[in-house]
Ligand binder design. Structure first.
Ligand SMILES: [Zn+2]
Length: 445
């Protein structure tokens, strides 16, 4: 089937941190995106695309809306969906008090599948079309996640958490069992439909040197797989890593020692990294996930998106929710909070920079910028449609927008759950908001 999606369309073509902002995006006020076989076949102004429109089977015309590439969430924990918004702690205590208790439930495949279903529907309702996802130590949690992800035809990245110390016994594997189970899961899921596997050591403190060693070895054995973990989120965590790995000069040196840096390695947070660590991340092609709502909620610190993107040693950086340390599925909310973090750093994050970090920037952080994160012929047709009249206030404010930037900025700051009107996965409208408040119907129903 050939489908045309018509409306205002915005997509990025270059990194606005490195190029003049006006060169970084393409905006068509009345644009048309034609999709066929899950991919974009044509994108351009409706005026020149009219001949295309005549050949399509169906047209979805969105007035008073903005169509963009679907949002990409570079770092998120699906088992933590049920502890989002848990009160009162910072990282290490939060892990022990909430996370490690909840994650024990995910050895039950049915339980894991139910949560994966809720999680993926929330992603779609938020306009997120790809996520890099932490499961739990239990292989069942990974099977459940990919099963649901494939049902919704999504390009998601996920993996089993590796953890052989400093957590409850029920959540520990061993260096050998972690390696064996991950290998089996890679063979089962990596490259199946749109799924990609990420080898997932939680973070340096919860793996023994032996497990770290085998993790690096596993990653080098399977070309094209990902590696995801955490780095430099919280000051107590950094101190702890120093005690556990006294031979390493800094936090990043631990991951370097065990062969866990390079293209397709992505680390959550990186708030307190030194200039030298940032330079080494840049050189090795390792990426960072900026997680604003989590950093504020857990009181971890203020990440500098401008600092990470510094042209003299640019680090690939994408936006992320880090739910349940993060407090919202919505990348629009992440953008809102990223702006405020930049303000507290004395920096200015424009709406163009923020939307870039959630789309093309995130795709670059995941080395998927040739497949997703932009709208252009050949790209996978994952799209979000945002309603510029989602609420009376949004409609009123946006009707007074002075220019495109003013409109985008007010949109991300005032975004509400009902801002997302529709989400397309591989050219299929997978979630559609109804007329009533925040009710979505899903193509899989
Ligand atoms: Zn995390």
């Amino acid at each position: 089937m050939k489908l045309a999606i018509r409306g205002s369309v915005l997509t990025f073509v270059k990194n606005p941190f490195h190029f003049p902002v006006e060169e970084s995006f393409v905006f068509e006020e009345d644009g048309v995106v034609v999709v066929e076989d899950g991919k974009v076949a044509f994108f351009g102004p409706a005026a020149t695309g009219l001949s295309q429109l005549e050949e399509v089977d169906e047209v979805h015309h969105y007035r008073d809306s903005l169509i963009m590439p679907g949002f990409i969430d570079c770092h998120v924990h699906y088992p933590q969906t049920e502890i989002i918004g848990a009160y009162g702690t910072q990282l290490i205590e939060w892990l022990n008090k909430y996370t490690f208790v909840t994650e024990q439930k995910f050895a039950d495949k049915n339980y894991a599948e139910q949560t994966a279903e809720i999680f993926i529907r929330e992603l779609l309702a938020a306009g997120t079309t790809t996520a890099s996802v932490f499961c739990t130590v239990a292989p069942e949690s990974v099977d459940a996640f990919f099963k649901v992800s494939i049902k919704y035809r999504m390009r998601n990245i996920a993996g089993k958490v590796l953890m052989d110390r400093h957590a409850p016994d029920a959540l520990l594997d061993t260096a050998q069992s972690g390696y064996d189970q991950s290998k089996e899961l890679i063979e089962k899921w990596h490259g199946k439909d749109r799924s990609l596997y990420s080898i997932t050591p939680r973070f340096a403190p919860t793996s023994t040197p032996e497990q770290m060693d085998m993790t690096g070895a596993l990653w080098s054995e399977f070309e094209g797989t990902y590696l995801q973990s955490h780095i430099s989120e919280n000051l107590d965590e950094i101190k702890w890593v120093k005690e556990l790995y006294p031979e390493c000069s800094d936090y990043l040196a631990v991951y370097e020692k065990y062969g866990q840096v390079g293209p397709r390695a992505i680390y959550g947070h990186g708030i307190h990294l030194s200039e030298d660590e940032l330079a080494r991340l840049s050189e090795s092609g390792t990426a960072l996930a900026h997680c604003p709502t989590s950093n504020l909620f857990l009181g971890s610190g203020l990440f500098s998106a401008w600092g990470a993107s510094d042209l003299k040693r640019p680090v690939r950086t994408g936006l992320a929710t880090d739910l349940g340390g993060g407090t919202s599925f919505s990348q629009l909310t992440s953008m809102n909070e990223a702006y405020k973090i930049a303000q507290l750093n004395g920096e200015s994050l424009s709406a163009f920079h923020a939307f870039y970090l959630a789309t093309r920037g995130a795709a670059e952080a995941l080395y998927l910028e040739d497949k997703i994160g932009s709208i252009a012929p050949g790209f996978e047709a994952d799209l979000v449609v945002m309603d510029l009249k989602a609420t009376p206030l949004v409609e009123h404010r946006l009707s007074h927008a002075e220019n495109l930037h003013d409109l985008l900025f007010a949109l991300m700051i005032l975004a509400q759950p009902q801002t997302v009107k529709a989400t397309y996965i591989a050219g299929e409208r997978m979630a559609l908001r109804g007329e009533s408040y925040n009710q979505y119907t899903y193509a899989c129903d």
